[in-house]
Design a protein around this ligand. Sequence first.
Ligand code: SF4
Length: 305
Amino acid sequence: MFKYSLDNKRYHTLNYFFRNKFGFKVVKVSLNGNFSCPNFKNGQGCIFCAHGSGNRLEHKSLKEQFEIIKKPLDKKWKDAKYIAYLQANTNTYAPIDVLKKVYTEALSLPNVIGLDIATRSDALNDDVLDYLEELNKKTFLIVELGLQSCHDTTLKFIKRGHDVNNFQEAVKKLKERGIFVVAHIINGIPGESKEMMIETAKFLNEIGINGIKIHMLYISPETELASMYQKEKFPLLSWREYVDIVCEQLRYLNDKIVIFRISSSPEDENFMAPKWLEKRKLILNEVDKEMKKRDIYQGDKVTSS
Ligand code: SF4
């Protein structure tokens, strides 16, 4: 059995990481802190952005959101503890007083033992970084940063609003402060080859991220990407291609890197394509099968420098 998994996975699972770190079941609860995003100012934001992922309960208080979301979780795992996950938009994009208020409230919810903040690399000024450093000494803190690709041409194409260097600098600053950093990447962006997507995994491995979320590009209605797709149906990865790429990416990620996700379920049930994303379990199972068939593991292609 792979040493960083509690089941048949050949990669470092989040479940293993939490069990090993805390000794009990930990579940992330996605909360909407009602933040905006600096990239909205540059027009529409990233071309695939449906203006905010995460739960749609922003009109409710964090406490109310928490109660609603954890009800079914409580039934499934009676003794679980929680990590409050601020997911929608850019959760460091506000004055520091506002951040302090929202983070403190999230951390005061019952059985919450840590905080996970999704943000952008260009929304981490020194005041925010210093506050995160302080917070990291008091609680278990995760900062999630979107990168999507390590190729600046791709970042320009998706209108990311920052370059790879900006991301790399932010990771360095967070790591200098001892903060656990998770990077998000997207496979299947038009113009990217399999080799380019593997280069993104290699790049993240080299800069020493702690965790990763791997997503497939999907098309939500009323996005710039949707208009492009309606004009000309560009090719999207098939699920077999996606599984093949993910298996290869995992091989270039050091086995200490925690795999937070290898497939996403679109937030918007009216998403246009690819429809195979409706079967998230299929992808998880196929990655397991494929890794076993090829007899490969996370990190088995990492060469130590
Ligand atoms: S960073 Fe996130 S919220 Fe902001 S525009 Fe891009 S996808 Fe949308």
